[in-house]
Design a protein around this ligand. Structure first.
Ligand SMILES: Nc1ncnc2c1ncn2[C@@H]1O[C@H](COP(=O)(O)OP(=O)(O)OP(=O)(O)O)[C@@H](O)[C@H]1O
Length: 969
């Protein structure tokens, strides 16, 4: 979202250009007076044209300024009033075009504007021929568009290009159709001089047989550019209009808002009930309702207040409402109905039932329509496939992706990994009518169930058996992104941006710095203003003004980039007072994200240019995430997990979730991707990391035996049968899934078992990349005792949200910056190998979206837990309890003595161990706390509670020898 202000074409230093205003001449004052008058007039007309639209008024020069008795001379001397705000410039241009349109209309249509009118008529006619008749209309429309819509500099080239590509060939065609006249009058009645220039040379060169189609094609291209459509869109839209499902759509479930599909009322009852539950009924009226109620003005100065409330009233795409189970295309035995966008609840109530029945009968009676319906979208295909589960032979299909021998059945990813919109061959339209309407398929969920209740005779359709193994062929389909809520369209530039430009310019002028704001790039959270310096101006002059700029824009979170990478300009990043929320749905559906099919690709957010940012965890290959409380870490972890759930099957990716805070990751409990239940105890987390090290070693063994260097090669060769387990081995090679371990609070782990945790992390991060094992470590305390030097060195990708101090920013990014972030997902992403971090707004995913995606996944399969992941292994170094400290050896000797002699005397310990009374007493107390001896009985020896035969077990429990740590999972 870039906007540029052309820099003054002058060899003068910028100071001269900008400070001239402080030395007004009479001529300049008159010029400015006229300019201001024009601006006032333009603003008045623009204001009238904008009645009822959302385009904001620009602050700045107010008519009231004059009323207030301000001396016009004073006005001239004030730099703030000297400038005409960009929106007024736009109004001025619009007004000029409007006047031109009026003059052309009078001159061309009525020939009534005197000699000027005649001149205009002649000029316009000679230029564009008979198109002159339409010229006034075009000019008036253009003026109105300029007045009513906010400036969108990013789109300007496209609009201009589109108009030229459409208009010029049209004039050329008119010229050719009129017989390519050679005389002036003839041309004025054809395509004018422009039509002649476009049409004649081309036709002379290639004949009209070729030139006419070429001109038509160019016009079509211009129309595509103007309408922001691609040829694919047009073809697909035409196909859909004709009721045909076009095959070959790369994203079969994306935006399949075919006319017939949005017309279904299926599940309207469910929708109504959900809607009724909401105190705010706005979303029943769809987008319009939401928009109408969203305040356009009155932004709070606190950026945190300016998000639209996430109260479930946010806009949903029609098919997205499949989280209500309603919008998936009908399956056999399921009701189909229509739901019109923006239909009111009342309309839905009135029409739902009748349309449901009518539509279903119609579809059943018409096999063609049935075929069309059942091949419509992935959701539908899922339903069909799932309806088939009942017949599937489950026996033997189940395999263990991470079983005791760590092997899995080869998985045919072509069928298992990605759902495709393939019809089920044996679906029988004839039986459809007779089949009671039922929910079906993996997405059934609550919505589907509700849909069933709207039907005549709900009967449970075959559903995937609870606990089905996730790898049963074709059984698992990733949750569609249609379960997620899409965001609002981005804002190109707003009144707030104009205001900021004025404030920054004000600071530059006050400090007499020869520099000016030449453009800005608006991201969702911050806008980067570009400042170009005049010749001989030191960059430091601006960087030294950081605090003054922060003062002028009234926020501490101003970040300077000197220079902006790749540009000769200084960047000043200022938070938007009207910040926008980035929804995960939009990031996941961005072409750049969809392009990469890797299952470990996650949606991150949007960068400052307004481009979506996604990243492949496999390439990171390990990620460290830090940020203080409320900075958006948990939102990131949620976005990451939801991204993975919508892209990866449990065969693709398995996960270990470590959540010492105990509540953050609970919503993901039970997803089939889990290797072990969500770990909340730091000791078990340390054991799980140790297990990962073993898993990594195992994978390396297999890769080594197969002479491959990466798990992807191993999996590919296993699938193709190129490699098999060594002869004589009872094992069978199966593809290894990627394993992702996510630690939600590293600090808690590092507090409990620093050496073991650091050790395991370092071992995994050093070589697990090739084994397909990846770590994501998050912490809100990026201090050096948590993110140790060793961990930092081995975790190359970093994501910093707002940190509370510069030191924390340095720990996580090795540079300042994160302390200037403004929280709520504002982040700096430093991928492996990048020199400079990318500023981005993290994607947001609401709890209800998480629940919808998790439910969809959980309903299809239960996790297959691997035994022993959280069990401390024999031989693992045990953390010696802190109360024992350095006395371990003495304690073990004492236990041996007491247990073997069955005599619990302190003086015996003194004698045999040659220790003092105090030490012997302490050892006795330690033995008491570990149940070796009973409590003190005064001067008598203590009772010994452990039999000699149990001695080894007691010693092991203290040293971590043989005894397993409690594993209650
Ligand atoms: N990407 C985002 N977009 C919009 N709002 C966000 C985003 N991330 C976080 N927020 C807002 O900030 C609040 C705090 O975020 P979050 O819980 O993710 O912070 P945190 O860093 O995990 O804090 P803690 O460590 O205390 O859990 C959220 O409730 C949400 O309202």
């Amino acid at each position: 979202m870039r906007s540029t202000r052309p820099r003054a074409e002058s060899s003068k230093p910028l100071t001269e250009q900008t400070t001239d205003v402080h030395r007004p001449s009479v001529a300049a004052a008159v010029g400015r007076g006229v300019g201001n008058g024009w601006a006032l007039l333009a603003r008045g007309v623009g204001g009238l044209a904008r009645v009822g639209t959302a385009r904001p008024e620009s602050p700045g020069f107010e008519p009231d300024d004059l009323d207030a008795g301000a001396d016009p001379g004073d006005l001239d001397l004030e730099p703030d009033e000297e400038r005409v705000a960009p929106s007024h410039q736009r109004d001025g241009a619009a007004l000029a075009i409007l006047i031109a349109g009026f003059l052309v209309a009078v001159g061309v249509w009525f020939g009534a504007a005197g000699p000027v009118g005649a001149l205009i008529n002649a000029a316009v006619r000679s230029a564009v021929g008979i198109a002159a008749i339409g010229a006034p209309v075009v000019l008036v429309v253009l003026a109105l568009v300029l007045m009513r819509r906010p400036a969108n500099p990013g789109k300007q080239p496209r609009h201009i290009g589109g108009v030229l590509l459409l208009g010029l060939p049209a004039l050329g065609l008119v010229h050719l159709i009129a017989g390519a006249p050679r005389d002036f009058t003839g041309r004025c009645n054809a395509g004018g001089y422009i039509g002649y220039v476009v049409g004649t040379p081309l036709t002379n060169g290639v004949t009209a047989w070729v030139s006419v189609p070429i001109l038509l094609l160019i016009m079509a291209f211009g129309a595509l550019i103007l309408s922001e459509r691609t040829i694919h869109d047009v073809v697909a839209g035409t196909g859909e209009y004709l009721g045909l499902r076009l095959r070959g759509n790369p994203h079969p479930d994306e935006d399949d808002e075919t006319p017939w599909e949005t017309d279904r009322i299926e599940g309207a009852d469910r929708y109504r009930r959900d809607a009724d539950d909401q105190t705010d009924r706005r979303d029943l009226d769809g987008e319009a309702g939401y928009r109408a109620e969203r305040p356009e003005t009155g932004y709070s100065p606190d950026p945190y207040d300016n998000y639209p409330p996430d109260d479930g009233t946010a806009r949903r795409r029609t098919p997205r409402a499949s989280q209500y189970g309603a919008y998936d295309a009908p399956a056999p035995g399921r009701d189909s109905g229509g739901f019109r966008r923006g239909a009111t609840a009342g309309q839905m109530r009135d029409t739902a039932r009748t349309e449901i029945i009518g539509d279903r009968r119609g579809a059943a009676a018409d096999p063609g329509l049935f075929e069309e319906l059942r091949t419509t979208r992935r959701g539908a295909a899922n339903d069909f496939a799932a309806a088939d589960f009942g017949d599937a032979d489950l026996a033997g299909a189940a395999t263990d992706p991470l079983g005791s021998d760590n092997l899995t059945e080869p998985i045919d990813r072509s069928t298992a990994a990605r759902p495709v919109a393939e019809p089920v061959a044996d679906a029988d339209p004839a039986s459809w009518e007779d089949t009671p309407a039922t929910p079906a398929g993996p997405a059934a969920g609550r919505g589907r169930h509700e849909a069933a209740t709207a039907a005549a005779a709900p009967v449970e359709a075959p559903r995937p058996a609870p606990g089905r193994r996730p790898d049963a062929e074709n059984s698992y389909h990733v949750p569609p992104t249609s379960l997620l809520i899409e965001g609002e369209p981005p804002v190109a530039g707003s009144r707030a941006n104009d205001d900021m430009i004025d404030r920054i310019t004000g600071v530059l002028e006050q400090f007499k710095i020869d520099a000016m704001v030449t453009g800005y790039t608006r991201g969702p959270t911050v806008t980067r203003y570009e400042v170009e310096l005049g010749p001989g101006v030191k960059v430091e002059k601006i960087t030294a003004l950081q605090r003054n700029i922060a003062y002028a824009v009234a926020t501490d979170n101003v970040r300077l980039l000197a220079p902006i990478p790749g540009k000769s300009a200084v960047g000043i990043e200022v938070p938007n007072s009207d910040r926008e929320m980035v929804r995960l749905a939009d990031v996941l559906e961005a072409p750049s994200t969809l392009k990469d099919k890797h299952p470990l690709v996650i949606g991150l957010g949007k960068d400052i240019e307004g481009d979506f940012v996604s990243a492949n965890l496999a390439k990171m290959p390990h990620l460290l995430v830090a940020g203080s409380t409320g900075s958006g870490k948990s939102s990131f972890v949620n976005s990451m997990l939801v991204s993975l759930l919508t892209r990866a099957t449990p065969e693709d990716v398995r996960m270990i979730l470590i959540d010492p805070k105990m509540v953050e990751l609970t919503p993901y409990e039970g997803i089939p991707h889990l290797i072990t239940p969500i770990i909340t105890e730091p000791k078990k987390a340390a054991a799980a990391l140790a297990w990962l090290v073993e898993e990594m070693e195992q994978r390396y063994q297999d890769m080594k035996a197969s002479r491959v260097r990466h798990i992807d090669d191993f999996n590919r060769k296993v699938r193709s049968g190129e490699i098999t387990a060594p002869l004589g081995s009872e094992r069978e090679y199966k593809p290894y899934p990627y394993i992702l371990a996510i630690v939600d609070e590293l600090a808690d782990l590092m507090m409990t078992a620093p050496r073991d945790v650091e050790d395991a992390i370092v071992r995994i991060t050093q070589k697990a990349r090739a084994a397909g094992i990846h770590l994501v470590l998050a912490t809100q305390r990026p201090s050096v005792d948590v993110v140790t030097g060793l961990i930092k060195t081995n975790v190359p990708s970093r994501l910093a949200f707002a940190t509370s101090s510069l030191t924390d920013s340095r720990v996580i990014l090795d540079q300042p910056g994160a302390e200037k972030l403004i929280g709520m997902g504002d982040g700096l992403f430093l991928p492996m190998g990048a020199g400079r971090p990318i500023r981005m707004q993290g994607a947001f995913v609401a709890d209800e979206e998480i629940a919808a995606v998790v439910d969809y996944s959980r309903e299809q399969a239960q996790p297959e837990f691997v035994d022993g992941v959280t069990t401390a292994k024999a031989g693992d170094k045990k953390e010696i309890d802190s109360d024992i400290g350095n006395d371990l050896d003495d304690l073990l000797q004492a236990i041996e003595l007491v247990v073997s002699s069955q005599f619990g005397s302190t003086s015996m310990l003194q004698r045999k161990l040659r220790v003092g009374f105090a030490k012997a007493g302490r050892l006795m107390d330690l033995m008491e706390t570990r149940g070796v001896v009973g409590p003190s009985e005064g001067s008598k020896a203590r009772e010994v509670l452990v039999k000699p035969e149990d001695l080894a077990g007691v010693i092991a429990s203290i040293t971590g020898g043989d005894a397993p740590a409690a594993d209650t999972d």
